[in-house]
Write a protein of this length. Structure first.
Length: 465
C-alpha cells in the first residue's frame, strides 16, 4: 500500500525530442512548415480498415498540398535532397466517416432526456486483486478524483472471453452452467448459435444505445498488455493514469467501467495458488459522472453491492438500467427495481438495492459453473491411498473423455498422470460427496483441477474442471 515501484522503462533510450516532419490535425495531413526547407519531398499512404486484425495499404502519394485523410491510419516518409529518409511517422486518428447503420427509434421516447456517456474499458484477463497490485496509481486516481468504486466479487460466468462478453453485452448465457456439485440445478445455454453470423440484429447493448440517438457509448477492449502474461500490466499504470487525467473533463460526464472479462489464464503466475481465485474474479471498477458523486441513495446502493457476489449478467442489467430506467427520473431515483424481470441469469442493476429474490448470492443462485464459483467451502486433505488412486483414475478418464467428446483426441495425446498436487474432500463429505483433485499430466505438464461428485451408487461424475 502506498509504495511506488519504478519499473524499467522500455523507452529510456528513445529520442523524446524528435517530432514528426508531417502533421495530422483535424483530419488534414501536411508537411510541418518549419521542416519544409529540410526535405526534398514527403510521401504518404493510408491503411484501409478490413477488420480488427487486418488493414490494406493504399498507394503512396506525394504530399504537396494539405490533404484530407479518410482513414484511421496514415504513414508518412520524408526524404532529404540526397535521397535519404529523414523521418517516418505513423499518424492515427479516429475518422468518423461511416454513418451509423442503426436507425434512431424516436418511439423510444427517451430522446429528450439528459444522458451521460457510457465508457467501458475492458482489460482482457485482468482480475480484481491483480489490478490493485498492477494499476495502483490509476485506481487510486479514479477513487480519489473521479468517484470510482471497486467491486470486489465479480464472478466470471465462463472460461474465456466469449461467454463473459456475451453475458456483459447481450445478457446471453451461451454455455451451460454445471452446478450439481453445489446441489443446484444445471442450466442449459439460453443461446447457442453464437458463431453463426454477425450480431447486428441482436440486442447488443451499445447498438441499443445507438437507437436512442443521444449518448456516446465507448467500448475499448485491450488485450496486448494483459492477455498472454500478467506482468506487462505493471508498465501500463502510468499510461492509464495519464489517459484518465487528460480525459477527466470528458469522463466527468460519463459512467466509466474499467473492468476485466476473466482473470489471468497464462504465464507463470497462473500456477500460483492465488491464481485459483484471481482467474475467476475479473476486475470491476465503476466511476460515476460528477453530478452523481454525492447522490446519497446511489452511493449507499453501490457500497452495499460492492461486496456482493456479482456476475457479468449484473453488469449487463446495469447497462440496461442506464439505458431504459434510470433516465426516466433523470438519474435521480435509484430505488429497488427489477430491470431484467423474469430472467434465469439473475442479472440485476448494481445501481439499485437488490430485489429480495436476488439478495442471497451463493454458488447455488448464480448461473455459473460450480468450478468457477468464488465462494470458498471448507475442504480437508484426503490420505486414503486407495481413494486417491480411484479419484485420479476417474479424473484422467473424464479428462480424456472430454477431449474425445470435443473431437480433438486425434490431435491430442492421451493424457496420463505425472504428479498429484492435492486431493481434498468438501466437508462434511457424507453430505457433499464432493472431491477436488489437483494434478499434473505427463504429456503437456498441464495442471488440472477436477471436481468429482459421488452418486448414491458410488459412481463418480465430473462436475467441472
Ligand atoms: Zn478474455
Amino acid at each position: 500500500m502506498g509504495m511506488t515501484v519504478d519499473w524499467d522503462n522500455p523507452m529510456a533510450n528513445c529520442n523524446r525530442n524528435h517530432t514528426p516532419y508531417t502533421i495530422l490535425k483535424d483530419g488534414w495531413l501536411s508537411i510541418d512548415p518549419e521542416r519544409k526547407s529540410q526535405v526534398d519531398y514527403c510521401r504518404a499512404r493510408t491503411y484501409e480498415y478490413i477488420n480488427p486484425e487486418k488493414s490494406r495499404p493504399r498507394s503512396w502519394f506525394n504530399l504537396v498540398e494539405k490533404m484530407q485523410i479518410d482513414q484511421d491510419i496514415v504513414k508518412t516518409e520524408c526524404y532529404s535532397k540526397d535521397g535519404k529518409i529523414v523521418d517516418q511517422w505513423l499518424h492515427t486518428q479516429i475518422y468518423e466517416g461511416n454513418p451509423s447503420t442503426v436507425e434512431v427509434d424516436k418511439s423510444l421516447g427517451n430522446g429528450t432526456n439528459f444522458r451521460p456517456d457510457i465508457v467501458m474499458i475492458v482489460l482482457d484477463s485482468v482480475s480484481s486483486t491483480q489490478a490493485r497490485r498492477s494499476l495502483p496509481r490509476t485506481l487510486s486516481y479514479l477513487e480519489t478524483q473521479m468517484g470510482g468504486m471497486h467491486f470486489h466479487h465479480l464472478n466470471k460466468v465462463g472460461e474465456n472471453t466469449s461467454p463473459n462478453a456475451y453475458a456483459m453485452l447481450l445478457g446471453w448465457r451461451i454455455y451451460s452452467a454445471n452446478r450439481k456439485a453445489v446441489n443446484a440445478k444445471d442450466l442449459r445455454p439460453d443461446h447457442d448459435k453464437i458463431c453463426s453470423g454477425w450480431r447486428d440484429k441482436d440486442p447488443v447493448i451499445f447498438r441499443e444505445y445507438e437507437k436512442i440517438g443521444i449518448p456516446k457509448f465507448l467500448l475499448h477492449w485491450s488485450c496486448e498488455a494483459s492477455h498472454d502474461l500478467p506482468n506487462p500490466l505493471y508498465h501500463t499504470d502510468q499510461d492509464y493514469l495519464n489517459f484518465f487525467q487528460k480525459n477527466k473533463p470528458i469522463l466527468d460526464n460519463a459512467f466509466l467501467f474499467v473492468m476485466g472479462d476473466h482473470g489471468p489464464r497464462f504465464g507463470t503466475p497462473s500456477k500460483a495458488e492465488l491464481n485459483k481465485r484471481e482467474i475467476n474474479n475479473p476486475l470491476l471498477h465503476i466511476s460515476l459522472p460528477k453530478f452523481l458523486r454525492n447522490h446519497t441513495q446511489l452511493i449507499k446502493n453501490l457500497q452495499e453491492n460492492s461486496i456482493r457476489l456479482l456476475t457479468q449478467f449484473d453488469v449487463h442489467a446495469t447497462l440496461v438500467d442506464l439505458l431504459k430506467f434510470a433516465p426516466e427520473s433523470n438519474f435521480t431515483d435509484f430505488s429497488e427495481f427489477d430491470v431484467m424481470e423474469g430472467n434465469e441469469n439473475n442479472g440485476t442493476s448494481i445501481f439499485r438495492p437488490f430485489p429480495e429474490k436476488f439478495q442471497k448470492r451463493t454458488c447455488q443462485t448464480i448461473p455459473v459453473n460450480a468450478a468457477y464459483c468464488l465462494c470458498e467451502y471448507k475442504k480437508e486433505n484426503i490420505d486414503d491411498a486407495m481413494l486417491i488412486e480411484k479419484l485420479s483414475k476417474v479424473a484422467l478418464e473424464k479428462l480424456n473423455g472430454y477431449l474425445r467428446e470435443n473431437g480433438v483426441s486425434g490431435s491430442c495425446e492421451t493424457l496420463t498422470l505425472d504428479k498429484i498436487k492435492s486431493v481434498k474432500s468438501f466437508i462434511p463429505v457424507e453430505k457433499t460427496n464432493l472431491y477436488e483433485i489437483h494434478f499434473i499430466v505427463k504429456e503437456s505438464k498441464g495442471e488440472f483441477r477436477v471436481l468429482l461428485k459421488k452418486d448414491s451408487n458410488g459412481v463418480f461424475h465430473r462436475e467441472g474442471f
